[in-house]
Design a protein around this ligand. Structure first.
Ligand SMILES: [Zn+2]
Length: 68
């Protein structure tokens, strides 16, 4: 996974219609937790998980986002 992530595709939150921003999150996958940077909504904090990363519902992204 890339350390840095940019919203090059201009993805927006489906609820708030604002541009998603890269945020540090914790991903839980197969009972292992590791840090990652994913796009998230700055307003409602919803984390956008790309389909190729989600792999069904096996992957969970912790809702608690790190501050910086
Ligand atoms: Zn939102």
């Amino acid at each position: 996974m890339k350390e840095e992530l940019k919203n090059e595709d201009g993805l927006t939150c489906v609820k708030c219609h604002v541009l998603l921003e890269p945020r540090k999150v914790h991903i839980t996958y197969m009972k292992s937790t590791f840090p990652a940077v994913l796009l998230a909504c700055p307003r409602c904090q919803e984390v956008y998980v790309p389909e190729d990363l989600a792999m069904g519902k096996m992957l969970e992204v912790e809702k608690t986002l790190e501050d910086k």
